[in-house]
Design a protein around this ligand. Structure first.
Ligand code: RTP
Ligand code: MG
Length: 137
C-alpha cells in the first residue's frame, strides 16, 4: 500500500555530512521516492508543534534546542509501506540498542542526537506533513 511519511535528517546528520548516505539508503529501496526535500533550520514554534506530545518531559527542552541548532533536511518520502519502512531503516530511538545496518545503529551513540526522525503512523504522517509542508499535503 503506497503511503507518505515525513522524514527529518536532524542537525547532527547535516553537521556530520551523513545526509547523502541516509538519503541514498532511502532512495535505493524499491518503489520509494522523494516527494519533497528542503534544507531548513527549524524554528522553535515549528518544533513545539512537531514535538507537542513530549512537552513537559525532561528531554523536551534540550531536544528542541538541539533540533534548532542548525539546518535539518526535511523530506516527504512516498512509496510502498514507507511509514513502517523508514522507521525500520532508522532503527530504535537509542542508537546503542539499534542494530548495525540501521541508520541509528551504524552512525549514532547518544539518544538525543539519533540522526533521523520518521513519522510513526498514518495519523502522525498527515499531521507532520501539514506542519512542515502546509502547501504540499
Ligand atoms: P523521532 O520521533 O525523532 O522519530 O524518534 P522516536 O519516535 O524514535 O523517539 P521519541 O520517543 O518520539 O522521541 C523523540 C526524540 O526525542 C529525543 N529523545 N531524547 N531520554 C532522552 O534523552 C530522549 N528520549 C528521546 C530523540 O531525539 C528522539 O528521537
Ligand atoms: Mg517519535
Amino acid at each position: 500500500m503506497p503511503q507518505r511519511t515525513l522524514v527529518i535528517l536532524k542537525p547532527d546528520a547535516v553537521r556530520r555530512g551523513l545526509t547523502g548516505e541516509i538519503i541514498g539508503r532511502i532512495e535505493r529501496k524499491a518503489d520509494w521516492s522523494l516527494a519533497a526535500l528542503e534544507l531548513r533550520t527549524l524554528d522553535r514554534a515549528t518544533l513545539e508543534q512537531h514535538y507537542a506530545e513530549h512537552e513537559g518531559r525532561p528531554f523536551y527542552e534540550p531536544l528542541v534546542e538541539f533540533m534548532a541548532s542548525g539546518p535539518s533536511v526535511v523530506m516527504v518520502v512516498e512509496g510502498e509501506r514507507v511509514i513502517e519502512g523508514v522507521r525500520a531503516l532508522a532503527g530504535p530511538t537509542d542508537p546503542i540498542a539499534a542494530a548495525p545496518g540501521s541508520v541509528r545503529g551504524d552512525f549514532g551513540t547518544i539518544v538525543r542526537e539519533n540522526l533521523i526522525h520518521a513519522s510513526d503512523s498514518e495519523e502522525s504522517a498527515e499531521r507532520e506533513m501539514k506542519i512542515f509542508f502546509p502547501s504540499f499535503a
